[in-house]
Design a binder for this molecule. Structure first.
Ligand code: ZN
Length: 442
């Protein structure tokens, strides 16, 4: 790939949209047949609905195919062939990688990949990193404990595929990682938004190092929606003096979405490799209209060992009307992944998304990055409590900050909060992914 090209794959990334649709249909038919032939689990599911591969001739036919839930994948685990169960489409000796989901919403799901699947992971990441400005001259630091989870293995291999030099920051602690950055001058870094902010806090408060003086120019965030929440993105960009780009992916799905250097406030869907559908959370009806939120049903069009076909991701997204100025023809999802069906709930009868609170808190100067949210039922009424921290040098402006916070919260979320102000450092810190919202009504 020429260093001058702005695209990693100039053909696929600029393909006219009608041609992308044709490609998606063709690839869908191929992966559906493959799966029907090789996975007993999927074949039983489709046979129960009387659907055969030859029935899939259009996108309307695809919409009739039953979706797969995470819980269904959990149920087949531990069965033969151990440990994956009967959705495995290849002989066990062709599996070259084991990963698992983080299990934040229950028992982890195991994910087998073949070498070909792994090449596909790296290709998807190479494309997204290129779109975020990574080039062979970059030295990429990955401050993440390499583990049974897919993060950031695929990012590592994708960066190598581009020709970047990759520095694995695996077993180092946060201070040692910051010292490594100081020593080696890497130009790019990958991590969760929570950790990128936590790392900056450690540098400033414990090491007297200003992260913005270090060499990082590009940060790719994943694992949480933070990099698409404007005030969180701004805090990470200001702290590190770097551009911050979002990426959405999942162990069972793959690297399906990314923000490009144009930062249009939306993320590209990697349409040539994934088929993304949006459906109404309650009725399951397809949503084609931009601006209407629903949950994502996704198909990985090339993944073979344990296929991902019409997977109910539980991610809440909406289509954007825009086409990106970067020239990529793929569809955009507005504001990235805006929440999860597990998190979006009604409080006092109002639809509530915790990420909207994050955007308000981190948009107010004088408040720390950390916050905690809880909803309880008291005398049959919902009570929502928000705890925030004051930064030390803002004590004189407390009253001003307090009224600004409650005004903004009411304006942006239509709810009144019980607000508790804490000293800096009082609230819990999360090492990798934060779990700040607790619904105690359940
Ligand atoms: Zn773009």
């Amino acid at each position: 790939m020429s260093n001058q090209s702005i695209y990693w794959n100039p053909v696929l990334e600029t393909l006219p949209y009608e041609k992308i649709r044709k490609l998606q249909l063709k690839k869908f038919q191929r992966i559906f047949s493959w799966t029907y032939e090789h996975s007993k689990f999927h074949r039983t599911l489709y046979d129960n609905d009387g659907i055969k591969p030859k029935d899939i001739q259009s996108f309307a036919d695809i919409k009739q195919i039953p979706t797969v839930e995470k819980s269904m994948m959990r149920d087949i685990q531990g069965k033969e062939p151990f440990p994956y169960g009967d959705a495995l489409c290849v002989p066990l000796n062709e599996v070259t990688a084991y990963r698992q989901t983080s299990g934040t919403t229950g028992q982890p799901v195991y994910q087998p990949d073949t070498w070909q699947d792994w090449e596909w992971w790296a290709e998807c990441w190479a494309q997204l990193l290129w779109a975020q400005g990574y080039r062979p001259k970059d030295r990429v630091f990955i401050p993440f404990g390499y583990n049974v989870f897919v993060a950031f293995w695929a990012g590592h291999y994708g960066a190598e595929k581009i020709g970047c030099e990759v520095v694995p920051g695996g077993v180092l602690d946060t201070r040692a990682r910051i010292l490594k950055i100081q020593e080696l001058n890497p130009t790019a870094m990958m991590g969760t938004p929570t950790y990128m902010l936590g790392m900056a806090d450690t540098a400033i408060n414990e090491m007297n190092i200003n992260p913005a003086d270090l060499s990082i120019e590009i940060i790719t965030c994943a694992g949480e929606p933070g990099a698409s929440i404007p005030s969180t993105k701004k805090r990470i960009e200001d702290a590190w003096g770097a551009k911050v780009y979002d990426h959405a992916g999942a162990t069972e799905i793959g690297a399906w979405s990314f923000e490009c250097t144009e930062q249009p406030g939306s993320m590209h869907v990697n349409d040539a490799f994934f088929l993304v559908e949006i459906v109404d959370v309650e009725t399951g009806e397809a949503i084609e209209t931009p601006g209407v939120r629903g949950k994502m049903i996704i198909t990985a069009l090339d993944r073979q060992a344990q296929p991902c076909i019409r997977f109910d991701s539980k991610d809440i997204i909406e289509w954007d009307t825009k086409i990106c100025t970067c020239g990529r023809t793929s569809k955009l999802i507005k504001g990235g992944v805006v929440g999860r069906t597990d998190d979006i709930t009604k409080v006092k009868g109002v639809l509530f998304s915790p990420s909207s609170v994050e955007n308000v808190v981190r948009g107010i100067e004088g408040l720390g990055n950390d916050y905690e949210l809880k909803v309880e039922k008291i005398n049959d009424r919902d009570k929502i409590t928000l705890q925030v921290e004051f930064l030390q040098n803002y004590s004189e402006e407390m009253d001003k900050i307090k009224s600004k916070l409650s005004d903004q919260l009411r304006l942006k979320t239509n709810l009144n909060y019980e607000i508790e102000f804490c000293q800096y450092g009082e609230l819990p810190r999360y090492p990798v992914k934060a779990k700040r919202f607790k619904d105690l009504r359940k």
